[in-house]
Design a protein around this ligand. Sequence first.
Ligand SMILES: [Zn+2]
Length: 280
Amino acid sequence: MRIFDPHIHMTSRTTDDYQRMHEAGVRAVVEPAFWLGQPRTNMGSFLDYFDALLGWEPYRAAQYGIRHHCALALNPKEANDRRCAEVLAELPRYLLKDAVVAVGEVGYDSVTPEEERAFEAQLAMAGESDLPVLVHTPHRDKVAGTRRSLDVVKAAGMPPERVLVDHLNEPTVGMVADSGCWMGFSIYPDTKMDPGRMVAILREYGTARMLVNSAADWGRSDPLKTREVGDAMLAAGFGQDDVDQVLWHNPVAFYGQSGRLDLRTGSAGLDYAGNTIKRG
Ligand SMILES: [Zn+2]
């Protein structure tokens, strides 16, 4: 089973995780910009973080046979930071980098006016940079927050096929399916979705435009949840091709819209999808 985790915060994880992920079949990840867990005290903290997602983390991942790309943004949680405008002014030059395959995560956390302004500004940047967008949906009042996020995306004129709306569950999947946006599901050990509920959603809504992630970070989370979903799909009667679509082809198709997704590697004659690299 080959796995592309489309949303994981590897900065918060150990090298043991990289090793276990590779053993489970993970060959590619996208790491969206996240918050520290505590407020940043200066502007350089944001920029050092962006630079680490572009430099150090891909290097670390490659040592374990995993291809690493990132999505950059001012995270919704940090959109309320007083340095918001400064970060947004720096962001466009970062979005030019080759390893950036989306703007994200953006959206609402506490649904404040500051968050809305940062969300709209970054949707505009995605349009200008020709990048797809990863939209985080709030954990509280999720139905209203998701509805409002879809409205903001639509008002910004973003084509729905370039938008991934993440952290969905049973009450929010339907409206995103109807919108034409891609649907993301974070599988956590005890909150949000679990593999059984995920399989039920795939049965009801099908496998098109569906992405499954571990969203693993510094909180209670598990980077192998993507593999658990793949196993649960097979146990429930889905075929290998269905699993490959959800866990590999869908994230490749979504982030491939950036024109920057690069799954080749020079070593061992294999690319990250497990295919032999053709020479000449
Ligand atoms: Zn996240």
